[in-house]
Design a protein around this ligand. Structure first.
Ligand code: NAP
Length: 283
């Protein structure tokens, strides 16, 4: 594989969060830099204090960053400017340090690409306009996924969450519906999406949805990608549903980040292949 020299002109990008050591994003973004010949490098930066981290990235001249758990909401207070969509969603997963063309001043802008990732991943399997969905979770990812569905013209979006109050509040914010986790058998929808961390390694035997409820959904997506095939997805497949794994969302939101940072069309197949190879290597 082609390597890029790290030198004085290399522009740095980061993934900030806690934990970040196992993130797949560095493999995908570095493959894109190599393939396009852009002199950039993308590194994991473990961060407990997002305010200090953003100050540090700015001071060190970073070009941008991905933001992950637990900072997607708190980072909004650390940016100079919020993209209107990120403001509406209430979560930021992408920072770009943009230089004002006239003054040269560096401005930190917060974007959200998770909703695009989720929509593009789902749209491969189902027409979103007019479809209905049940979204499990009410955290940062749920906000982006539910926003994306409504933006694409979904007819109805139900939110269900362990802490019901959070689902109620988010439903009110987005103008969607909510249901308690105990009552999800009452929901009739085309799409089911798990946006919680339930089912993620090491708790791979967990799922929030009893398998007998799955056959009613045409499409089931799980945004957890470790493991790639969660218990929910395995049972959904066995129930005859079309399934979408968390890698698809990760990949599509990463393509959008690369475009924001570089202004260059992302090398789509290079980024996807890099992710798949890394996953294979880890297994
Ligand atoms: P978050 O804001 O911390 O929200 C976590 C959500 O999971 C909350 O709704 C929480 O419910 C729920 N939850 C956690 N443990 C649970 C349990 N044991 N039982 C029931 N519900 C539980 O996190 P996030 O940013 O939304 O991320 C959630 C997951 O999505 C993570 O695994 C993350 O890696 C993944 N993700 C994937 C992608 C991708 O591109 N594939 C993108 C973003 C996120 P409570 O409100 O009751 O605590």
């Amino acid at each position: 594989m082609k390597t890029m020299p790290i030198n004085g002109a290399t522009r740095l990008y980061a993934i900030v969060g806690m934990p970040v050591t196992h993130s797949l994003s560095p493999v995908m973004q570095n493959a894109a830099f190599r393939s396009t010949g852009i002199n950039g490098a993308y590194v994991p930066v473990p961060s407990e204090d997002i305010e200090k981290t953003v100050q540090g990235l700015r001071a060190l001249g970073f070009g941008g960053a991905s933001v992950t758990i637990p900072h997607k909401e708190t980072v909004m207070a650390c940016v100079d400017r919020l993209d209107p969509v990120a403001r509406e969603i209430g979560a930021v997963n992408t920072l770009a340090f943009e230089q004002h063309p006239d003054t040269g001043e560096v401005v930190c802008v917060g974007y959200n690409t998770d909703w695009m990732g989720s929509n593009l991943a789902l749209a491969k399997e189902i027409e979103l306009k007019g479809s209905s969905a049940l979204v499990l979770g009410a955290g940062g990812a749920a906000k982006a996924v539910a926003f994306g569905l409504l933006e694409a013209g979904a007819s109805k979006v139900f939110l269900a969450n362990r802490t019901l109050q959070k689902a109620v509040a988010l439903a009110e914010e987005l103008g969607s519906d909510f249901v308690s986790l105990a009552d999800i058998d009452q929901v009739d929808a085309d799409i089911l999406i798990n946006t919680t961390s339930v089912g993620m390694t090491p708790h791979i035997d967990n799922s929030l949805v009893p398998k007998e409820y799955l056959s009613r959904y045409a499409v089931v997506m799980d945004i957890v990608y470790a493991p790639l095939e969660t218990r929910l997805l395995k049972e959904a497949k066995a129930s005859g549903c079309r399934t979408v794994d968390g890698l698809a969302m990760l990949y599509y939101q990463g393509l959008a980040q690369f475009k924001i940072w570089t202004g260059v069309e992302p090398p789509v197949s290079v980024m996807r292949d890099a992710l798949l190879q890394e996953l294979e290597r880890r297994q």
